[in-house]
Ligand binder design. Structure first.
Ligand code: PSU
Ligand code: MN
Length: 304
């Protein structure tokens, strides 16, 4: 095993026994949600994964180790520590070798999961090509990671803070399948639609597992986006969120927010501007993704 990885006993045992495991990211805890909703959500997500027959492995960088699974105190650290670094592929080695606390994004969590032998990962939304990305070149490293690392990412699509059309074009160019889970349209996080279609629709965990198994057995390396729309009861109207997103983007521009600060800034402004309504939706869609990811992880462990 890789000497940088440190497993909790539960995750170690599950992996050795060939049981289903679902990876979870820490950026969503440290930079994606405020305290205490972040820690409450993180704990509930782990519980939901267990209820669906899989073992959760929340991944983060702590004390010079890539933690594969966090104990209660470590989870609390990611929720409350005042200076947690946001870690994507670029930052990974530096944050690890300098002993800092690093919350892993989708890209960095995929790296940790692949090193640990975990094939399925649940999150909220993926990063993508930012609006005006053709000028700023702001394209999330989540997309290049999806192109190279064999992990399926169950998410509620991508937020419309991004240019969803260009995000999908980028994924197509890099050979990343975008699967609609029980949907024909690509969801946009808070809303169940985005104006764009998915590449393929699959309606059961078994069908998703069969596609993933086939892809990886063929040696077609890279991940897949499993787009799972927010449940109807918690979805927001597109018009309701679009105005808020425009305002947040305008403020980011005016305040010259750039680089890896862009996404956390937008997430936190959207939450403030919707008076927490967007946060409630965010939490519910993560729960739904955790349940579906666990079912896919279970299906992947069943012999065809
Ligand atoms: N999108 C969300 N919520 C999030 C993120 C994205 O709706 O919490 C986080 C994820 O960790 C994702 C990261 O991997 O932001 C992308 O950041 P960037 O755009 O800087 O690559
Ligand atoms: Mn960026």
């Amino acid at each position: 095993m890789n000497r940088y990885l440190q497993f909790t006993e539960e995750v170690q045992e599950a992996l050795s026994a060939g049981k289903p495991v679902v990876a979870l990211e820490t950026t969503i805890i440290s930079h994606g949600m405020p305290y205490p909703q972040n820690i409450e959500t993180a704990r509930s997500v782990e519980r939901i994964i267990r209820e669906h027959g899989a073992v959760p492995a929340t991944i983060g960088i702590l004390n010079g180790h890539v933690k594969i699974g966090l104990n209660a105190a470590e989870l609390e650290t990611f929720a409350t520590h005042p200076s947690v670094e946001k870690v994507s592929r670029r930052d990974f080695a530096h944050v690890l070798s300098s002993g800092k606390v690093g919350a892993t994004t989708v890209a960095a969590t995929m790296i940790g999961a692949a090193l640990a032998g975990i094939e399925v990962f649940a999150t909220g939304g993926i990063g993508g090509v930012h609006r005006e990305g053709e000028k700023t070149m702001d394209i999330s490293a989540d997309l290049t990671e999806l192109a190279r690392t064999n992990v399926a990412v169950v998410c509620a699509g991508a937020k419309s803070i991004l240019d969803i059309g260009r995000t999908l074009e980028y994924l197509e160019t890099h050979g990343v399948p975008v699967v609609g889970y029980k949907t024909d349209v690509f969801p946009s996080f808070y809303s169940r639609e985005s104006g764009f279609s998915v590449d393929f629709r699959l309606d059961s965990p078994d069908e998703v597992a069969a596609m993933l198994r086939t892809k990886w057995e063929l040696g077609l390396s890279g991940g897949a986006v499993i787009a799972n729309p927010v449940p109807e009861a918690h979805a927001m109207k597109h018009e309701e969120i679009e105005g808020v997103i425009r305002q947040a983007l305008r403020e980011a521009n005016e305040q010259h927010i750039a680089g890896k600060k862009v996404t956390p800034f937008l997430l936190s402004r959207i939450k403030q501007l919707t008076e927490g309504k967007s946060l409630a939706t965010n939490i519910q869609l993560v729960y739904h993704n955790a349940a579906v990811a666990a079912q896919i992880a279970v299906a992947l462990k069943q012999k065809p």
